[in-house]
Design a protein. Structure first.
Length: 71
């Protein structure tokens, strides 16, 4: 059973088109190869990781400020 793929652009289900040998989004119509989908997914995950790291840094800075005497 094939794995369900979701569009990195809009999040809709992507269906495999054997004639084109690529996935087509049922929502926005974008066509991507399996490798392009994986690359887009990896880029998104890296971006989310960076955002999480920035949020952690902000929390540490606020905590440091809160615990300091400079309130």
């Amino acid at each position: 059973m094939p794995r369900e793929m979701y569009c990195p652009e809009c999040g809709a289900l992507m269906k495999y088109d054997p004639k084109m040998k690529s996935y087509v989004c049922t929502g926005c119509g974008v066509m991507m190869s399996f490798e392009q989908i994986l690359a887009a997914r990896e880029k998104t995950l890296k971006s989310l990781k960076n955002n999480e790291d920035m949020e952690k840094k902000k929390r540490r800075e606020v905590l440091k400020w809160w615990l300091s005497s400079k309130k």
